[in-house]
Design a protein around this ligand. Structure first.
Ligand code: DGP
Length: 113
């Protein structure tokens, strides 16, 4: 997808601190971390947001969640973590390529702002 920041990271055209990758997904550190551990997990294939998911995306979505759980274990987040996706302007989605935030390493407030 032309002009998609995360597609460019997936393609290796923009550098990122990649912590995991496989055939379907890429996980890399957020450039503006909001917690001691802040990882973004994205599908390699361009999907604009959760609102665009179809049944065909089921397996990649499962892979994203399993990757989040595995990274949380590997990063030592045994006290807990948050796994969230922002959809649309009211939620503050700033990159139109589906991504989940894995946040942990500190006490996270609820409800989020
Ligand atoms: P959201 O607001 O949910 O769309 O989250 C987008 C996140 O992407 C935000 O937390 C900052 C992060 N981000 C933006 N540009 C870059 C970049 O070039 N590299 C990395 N690693 N993260 C980025």
């Amino acid at each position: 997808m032309d002009n998609c920041l995360f597609c460019k990271i997936v393609a290796g055209e923009i550098p990122a601190d990649i912590v995991y990758q496989d055939h379907d997904v890429l996980a890399f550190r957020d450039i503006h971390p909001q917690a001691p551990q802040h990882i973004l997990i994205v599908p390699r294939r361009h999907i604009p947001s959760m609102a665009d998911l179809t049944l065909e995306d089921s397996s990649v979505l499962a892979r994203i969640f399993m990757t989040g759980a595995r990274l949380a274990r590997d990063l030592g987040l045994e006290n807990g973590y948050r796994f969230v996706t922002n959809v649309g302007p009211d939620a503050g989605q700033s990159v139109l390529h589906l991504h989940f935030h894995l946040l942990g390493g500190r006490r996270l407030g609820w409800p989020p702002g």
